[in-house]
Design a protein around this ligand. Structure first.
Ligand code: HEM
Length: 486
């Protein structure tokens, strides 16, 4: 048996026994405290950094314990790949996450399992496929241009631009636009109620997902009551969007053939007599997409801007690519341009390697199995590091440096040397992120707009940028000034 073979229960029946050379107790790991183990070291907004430090110290597979329960952390690329691919049958998402998300009315495909997952996955994939993203593209460009105009005015008036805030608002406009078919213009309006509600949900999700004690199940603080209210209001808003969209689609029959956003595509799918998608599935997946698509994309762009500002040579190379593709245009109006940004794609890979926005995927084993020669009993928690081997000096020399060139090749590299097989920013297997095409399109449109129109000036006096985990990991700030290019 190869060293990373996973043998779920089905194979146990056919072979009779699992072959392994060690158990979880034999794995290395950080020293814990009596009874609680490593629990206190694992709470809070810096969990990802603690885990990254332990990966460097204890290697590609190690264990921690919390209140007597073992948790296995895996970053070896073959093992990660196999673990992700053995879903949904071999491994599920951790139940705690499903409960925490469910309490905030965030359901949908992310926390679904088995047949329910298969059904919802189909609905979501249909809503985020290339054709839908392409139909939505003019709206994405319109929203990005709106951002550009705001920045140009601010820079001309000598006013500061808060890039962290603005990138988040733009990502929210785009994801609400595609997932709910509604333009909230968060870029220009800080007081939109839907935006405030979504922010509330995110705040609670972030703090509950990393909380050591689930106090809110016993008593609710004002922030918890506010989050409950926000969850109900978001649900009601989406119900109304669905009603309005159905009405519009009745009047404009062409939308049935060419849905212009994810909500329309999901409505078309749900009206197919062969399907049995419910309105609740439409609502929960529209909400989930906003939660899954806002901070992931805006944090990725924010990290990339920080890294480009700190690395002028990479910024110059990226600007040269953008200028060559856009010519005189201020932004990428033409969909075909999306195929012409290999350097932006490389910069994105390098950004995810150094500053992953979703650094871990929490799984639990559905059956006894073997991972990297280690016996893993049924129901064991496993954290898969999406950074894979990205922080391994042997795999990525001069590891700490931001070098997009690492991802650019004259010829496709051999399988073992291919860096794209060493990290997993969008997960993998059948549950691979369904929003990655949308995210990459958005990243190209927004980053090319920024670099075509502005120079990045790093504010060297700003305090150091911290990596903050608020469900997803993002920078505490983007200390970069925009200067209009000549
Ligand atoms: C740079 C941006 C993004 C990153 C880094 C990212 C990352 C991830 C990761 C790591 C997963 C877990 C995959 C797995 O379990 O193997 C995931 C799942 C998911 N993402 Fe994304 N994501 C991004 C953007 C988006 C966007 C824009 C959307 C929505 C429109 C989205 C919707 C989802 C959904 C629905 C799932 C659950 C899939 C399932 O369980 O079948 N993501 N994403």
């Amino acid at each position: 048996m190869d060293s990373n073979t996973l043998v779920p229960e089905l194979d146990v029946e056919s072979t009779g026994e699992l072959k392994y050379s060690r158990t979880i107790a034999d794995l290395p790991g950080p020293k814990g405290q009596p009874l609680i183990g490593n629990l206190l070291q694992m709470g809070g907004r810096q969990l990802h950094l603690t885990l990254a430090k332990w990966i460097r110290e204890f290697g590609p597979i190690f264990r921690v314990t919390a209140l007597g329960n073992p948790l296995v952390i895996v970053s070896d690329r073959t093992a990660v790949n196999h673990l992700l691919r053995e879903r949904p049958d071999g491994f599920r998402r951790v139940r705690n996450l499903k409960t925490v998300m469910g309490e905030l009315k965030i359901g949908g495909v992310f926390t679904a399992e088995s047949e329910d997952w298969r059904k919802q996955r189909k609905l979501v994939m249909g809503g985020l496929n290339v054709e839908v993203v392409r139909n939505f593209y003019p709206t994405m460009v319109f929203m990005t241009e709106r951002m550009l105009q705001r920045w140009k005015t601010a820079v001309a008036d000598g006013k500061p631009v808060n890039l962290r805030r603005d990138l988040k608002a733009l990502a929210l406009d785009i994801i609400v636009g595609i997932a709910m078919g509604h333009d909230i213009d968060a870029v220009n309006d800080d007081n939109n109620q839907l935006q405030r509600n979504i922010d509330n949900l995110f705040q609670r999700l972030g703090s509950r997902a990393t909380a050591l004690i689930d106090y809110w199940r016993y008593f609710k603080l004002p922030v918890d009551r506010a989050a409950d209210k926000s969850a109900t209001e978001v649900e009601q808003a989406v119900e109304e969007f669905i009603r309005n969209t159905r009405e519009r689609m009745k009047q404009q029959a062409h939308l049935q053939q060419k849905p212009a956003n994810m909500l329309e595509a999901m409505i078309v799918a749900s009206e197919d007599p062969e399907s049995d998608f419910t309105d609740q599935e439409l609502i929960s997946n529209a909400i989930l997409s906003v939660i899954g698509g806002e901070d992931t994309t805006s944090n990725s762009i924010a990290w990339m801007i920080n890294l480009l500002a700190e690395n002028p040579a990479a910024a110059a190379a990226l600007t040269a690519e953008v200028d060559a593709v856009l010519g005189d245009a201020p932004l990428a109006h033409d969909w075909e341009m999306m195929k012409q940004f290999p350097y932006i794609e490389a910069a994105h890979n390098e950004t995810q390697r150094l500053r992953s926005v979703a650094p871990f995927i929490g799984l639990a084993s559905n059956a006894d199995c073997v991972v990297s020669e280690t016996f893993i009993p049924k129901d064991t928690g496993i954290f898969v590091a999406t950074t894979g081997e990205g922080l391994d000096e042997a795999q990525f020399p001069q590891n700490e440096l931001f070098q997009p060139e690492r991802w650019i090749f004259e010829q496709k590299p051999q399988r073992d040397d291919d860096p794209t097989r060493k990290i997993f920013p969008f997960g993998g297997g059948a549950r691979l992120c369904p929003g990655r095409f949308l995210a990459l399109t958005e990243i190209k449109v927004v980053v090319s707009m920024i670099m075509r129109n502005f120079e990045l000036e790093l504010d060297t006096k700003a305090p150091p940028v911290e990596q903050i985990m608020n469900f997803f990991v993002g920078p505490s700030a983007v200390p970069v000034r925009l200067k209009l290019r000549a």
